[in-house]
Ligand binder design. Structure first.
Ligand code: NAD
Length: 481
């Protein structure tokens, strides 16, 4: 069958102004850092701008600004007034949606179709949703007068830069906390545009502070004595360091960490739908998704049919310029991440799994990896156990439902899982036995601010989103498991 050809449909970059250099957003103003580092467009390797590397003294200034704003303004404000700022931020994000989407795609490498249709609308939805909670917390089952922690430190990764910011900042502000946030070093631009939105919304100075830089800035936040709560999203490795650091400090902490989600296809599943869900589960956002369905478990009787259809579907995936509105799979976010993906894929080949990718030309410049599947994977293979965080799917088989559950749970992680079956009773039975914080049935990678998200085991502590997520930002709230 011939491949449907698309003419190029590039999104215009004219809507964004990228400054040559960015400062730190502290106490409502941009302050230039003493040192800078480049941020590049991963699709072509070209430098986009210079980002400030915050010092320990800068982090301290941000914490002082957040504490002052908390004591003098934010904690005294009527909740309904606080809500108005969140609504205003949400509306401005919608008004400036195209700007956010273009900037996110340039800085992160994700397809414009995804930043435009997923990241930015969902980020605005998080602010709308939490704005609604701000003056209703006393009716949410947290006691009569639920209290915020005070100043919260938030550290986020590079895979959904604006969306992870929204997951963190919206509930923190709605519950009455002030914030010091650090974006990931390779994707700071939309956080800095968000800082401009805070100014535009007239948010009181110091309520949101954004300090940019590497892991040392994150560590300075984690170890700062005047921060009451830490909210971290990132790797399990760094999550463990943070857990150790805060263990003796009395700080409250939530950790959203890595995953190795099982996507289970039972033999009674609607196979064409399942194939769409498999593709969405692992190739959405280049597989840079903590809850990706990166381990596919197929019941033996349908294995060959699923693989054949999956290969056919993968041959239609358009890889290339993330700014093209037709692109399905964009660039890998950094050279470092690309090396990690290549190393793990090479281990899959060395350990005897069978590798396959469609025939697709990759651009010469920038960081790229073709959509890839490994079949014949066993539980012992590294590609079945370690998070690859790229467009690489490991395929295993099972004979009985009990074996599927055993294999799915045989991992140190427990963030997400998918079930494909026509039988409601099988879906309910499997979801009861799967150890995963989020389970999708006959769909995958669906997100909603009303729904709690989080993991078991090494995938993290606590929940974000929904009523459970609010409790993590209240000193009187209970950890939302
Ligand atoms: P990472 O842990 O390397 O970095 C995350 C953030 O932590 C960055 O801002 C980084 O600068 C900072 N950091 C690094 N060292 C630090 C330290 N010692 N102290 C404090 N902060 C430090 O992770 P990454 O490579 O940016 O992101 C990918 C990981 O994030 C994957 O493992 C993925 O599964 C996970 N993730 C989880 C979720 C979730 O909700 N569970 C969501 C998105 C990503």
């Amino acid at each position: 069958m011939s491949i449907f050809e698309y003419a190029p449909a590039p999104e215009s970059q004219a809507v964004v102004t990228i400054e040559p250099e960015y400062g730190l957003f502290i106490n409502g103003k941009f302050i230039n850092g003493k040192r800078h580092f480049p941020t590049v467009n991963p699709a072509n390797g070209k430098k986009l701008s210079s980002i400030s590397q915050a010092s320990v003294a800068d982090v301290n200034k941000a914490v002082i600004a957040a504490r002052t704003a908390y004591v003098k303004v934010w904690s005294k404000m009527a909740p309904a007034e606080r809500a108005k700022y969140l609504y205003r931020i949400a509306r401005i994000m919608q008004e400036r949606a195209r700007e956010f989407a273009v900037l996110e795609t340039l800085d992160n490498g994700k397809p414009i179709r995804e930043s435009r249709d997923v990241d930015v609308p969902l980020a605005a939805a998080h602010f709308f949703y939490h704005a609604g909670w701000a003056d209703k917390l006393q009716y949410a089952g947290f006691g009569e007068n639920p209290k915020p922690h005070g100043v919260v430190g938030q550290i986020i990764p590079w895979n959904f830069p604006l969306l992870m910011l929204a997951w963190k900042v919206a509930p923190a502000l709605a519950t009455g906390n002030t914030v010091v946030l650090k974006p990931a070093e390779s994707t700071s631009l939309t956080a800095l545009l968000f800082a401009q939105v805070c100014q535009q919304a007239g948010l009181p100075a110091g309520v949101v502070n954004i300090v940019t830089g590497d892991g040392a800035v994150g560590a300075a936040i984690v170890n700062h004595p005047d921060i009451d709560k830490i909210a971290f999203t990132g790797s399990t490795e760094v999550g463990k360091i943070i857990a150790r650091s805060v263990a003796v400090s009395g700080k409250s902490v939530t950790l959203e960490l890595g995953g190795k989600g099982a996507n289970i296809v039972f033999e009674d599943a609607a196979i064409d739908e399942a194939v769409e869900g498999i593709v969405n589960g692992i190739f959405f956002n280049q597989g840079h998704v903590c809850c990706a369905g990166s381990r596919l478990l197929i019941q033996e009787g349908i294995h060959d049919e699923v693989i054949e259809k999956l290969k056919h579907r993968m041959s239609q995936i358009r890889v290339g310029d993330p700014m093209d509105k037709n692109t399905d799979l964009g660039a890998i976010n950094s050279g470092e991440q690309l090396s990690k993906i290549k190393e793990l894929a090479a281990s899959g080949v060395a350990e005897g799994a069978e590798i396959w990718s469609p025939n697709c030309a990759l651009p010469d410049k920038g960081f790229w990896f073709a959509p890839t599947i490994f079949s014949g994977v066993t539980q012992a293979h590294r590609i079945a156990r370690e998070e690859i965080f790229g467009p690489v799917l490991s395929i295993l088989t099972f004979r009985t439902p009990a074996e599927a559950i055993e294999k799915a749970n045989n991992t140190p992680f427990g963030l997400s899982a998918g079930i494909w079956s026509e039988k409601g009773s099988r879906i309910l039975w499997a979801s009861k036995h799967l150890q995963a914080g989020v389970i999708w049935a006959n769909t995958f990678n669906k997100f909603d601010p009303t729904s709690p998200f989080g993991g078991y085991k090494e995938s993290g502590w606590g929940r974000e989103g929904g009523r459970h997520g609010l409790s993590a930002y209240l000193a009187s709230g209970k950890a939302g498991k």
